[in-house]
Design a protein around this ligand. Structure first.
Ligand code: ZN
Length: 340
C-alpha cells in the first residue's frame, strides 16, 4: 500500500509499505479521505514528526477486514479515524498523563503506527467511531476537528443567549460558530482577515463579521456586543495579537477559550484586564462524547462541513510534499487527500 512516510527535515516520501497481518482485536480500514490538520502542519514546520512515521488523524474509510475476536465492527462499516471509547488504561498518553508538554512530547512519536496518510490503516476495534449513513465520507473525515470545536464550546461556560466572539474563521473557527449556535448563542461576531472566509462565516450563521485589519477592532467588537463585550471569546487564530485582543474585548467576568494555540511566545499585558476578572480556559482535542455529539450535530444538519470545505484543495497522496510546503506559505491552504 502507498503511504506518506516522514523522512525528517520537512520531507515526505510516498512509499510502498507492506500490509501486516491483523492481530485478533484489530480492523483494517481502507481510507477514503484524509485531511491535513493544523497540528500536522505545526509538527512538519518544527520537524517534530518521528522519522519513519506516517501521520494523519482526520480520516474516514470503510472496514475491509477484521481480526478473529472483533465484535464492535464488521466488514463494510463506515468509520472515522477516532472517537471510540478506550478500555481502562488505554488511550492517548497526552490525555492520561498528569504532566505532558505537547510542544516537546506530544507529536506523533509512535512510529510503528501508520495512520491516515496511507491507503490503509490498522486500528484496535475500539478506536474508530462507526458512522451513520446520514454522514458522507467527506463529512466523516471532518469529525476530528469538529469534536475539537464541540469540546471547546462544551468547556467554555457558554449559556443560552450569550454573545460570542470567534477570532479567526479557519476550519476550527467555522466549526466553533456552528457549535456555539447549536449551544444557544444569541449573537455571534466573527473577526477574520479574509473577505471570502467572512462571507462563509455569515452563511454559517455569524451575525456580525469584522475585518480583523480594522484599526479600531477592539471598539468595533465591543460596540457590536451590547457595548459591554462578548460573554465568551473563542480564540481560533493564534496569531501574535489575537490572545491580547480576546482579553481586551471580553466582558467583565467573561470567558476566553483558547482553541488555536500559539507555538511561540505571545505578547500579553495582563494588568490591563485585572478589573474584569476574566476566565481563560484551554481545551485539548475531543473525547469520545464530543465525537458522538459532533456526529449527531452533523447528522441533524446543525453542523455543515460542505460550506467550510469550499476552498479546500483535494489532492492525491503523491502530492503530499507539495501540500505540506504550500500549507506553510502565508496564503497556504489545508488540503484533503482523496483516495479511490
Ligand atoms: Zn486534527
Amino acid at each position: 500500500m502507498k503511504a506518506a512516510v516522514y523522512k525528517g527535515k520537512q520531507k515526505f516520501s510516498v512509499e510502498d509499505l507492506p500490509l501486516r497481518e491483523l492481530e485478533n482485536d484489530e480492523v483494517l480500514i481502507k481510507i477514503r479521505y484524509s485531511a491535513i490538520c493544523g497540528t500536522d502542519i505545526h509538527a512538519f514546520q518544527y520537524d517534530l514528526i518521528s522519522v519513519g512515521h506516517v501521520p494523519g488523524h482526520e480520516y474516514s474509510g470503510t472496514v475491509e477486514k477484521v481480526g478473529s475476536s472483533v465484535k464492535l465492527l464488521k466488514v463494510g462499516d463506515r468509520v472515522t479515524g477516532g472517537g471510540g471509547t478506550p478500555p481502562p488504561g488505554l488511550g492517548s498518553p497526552a490525555r492520561n498523563l498528569n504532566q505532558f508538554n505537547f510542544k516537546e512530547d506530544g507529536v506523533y512519536t509512535d512510529i510503528k503506527k501508520t495512520r491516515g496518510l496511507a491507503e490503509y490503516t490498522i486500528s484496535r476495534e475500539w478506536e474508530p467511531l462507526k458512522i451513520s449513513d446520514k454522514i458522507s465520507h467527506l463529512q466523516s473525515a471532518m469529525l476530528e476537528p469538529c469534536s475539537t470545536a464541540v469540546r471547546a464550546v462544551r468547556l467554555s461556560n457558554i449559556k443560552i443567549g450569550d454573545n460570542v466572539l470567534v477570532i479567526g474563521a479557519g476550519h476550527i473557527g467555522m466549526l466553533c460558530i456552528q457549535a456555539a449556535k447549536a449551544a444557544g448563542a444569541s449573537k455571534i461576531v466573527v473577526s477574520e482577515p479574509s473577505l471570502k472566509r467572512r462571507e462563509v462565516a455569515k452563511s454559517l450563521g455569524a451575525d456580525v463579521v469584522i475585518d480583523s485589519s480594522d484599526p479600531d477592532i477592539t471598539q468595533t467588537i465591543i460596540s457590536s456586543t451590547d457595548s459591554i463585550g462578548p460573554d465568551v471569546v473563542f480564540e481560533c487564530a493564534a496569531a501574535l495579537p489575537t490572545l491580547d485582543l480576546a482579553f481586551d474585548v471580553v466582558r467583565k467576568k467573561g470567558n476566553i477559550m483558547l482553541v488555536a494555540l500559539s507555538w511561540e511566545a505571545v505578547p500579553l499585558v495582563p494588568i490591563k484586564w485585572v478589573t474584569k476578572e476574566p476566565v481563560m480556559a484551554l481545551t485539548y482535542a475531543g473525547e469520545p462524547r464530543d465525537w458522538q455529539i459532533s456526529a449527531s450535530l452533523m447528522a441533524e444538519g446543525k453542523i455543515d462541513c460542505s460550506t467550510i470545505l469550499g476552498d479546500t484543495e483535494f489532492i492525491k497522496l503523491e502530492n503530499i510534499q507539495e501540500a505540506f510546503d504550500n500549507a506553510l506559505k502565508p496564503e497556504g491552504f489545508q488540503a484533503i487527500v482523496e483516495f479511490e
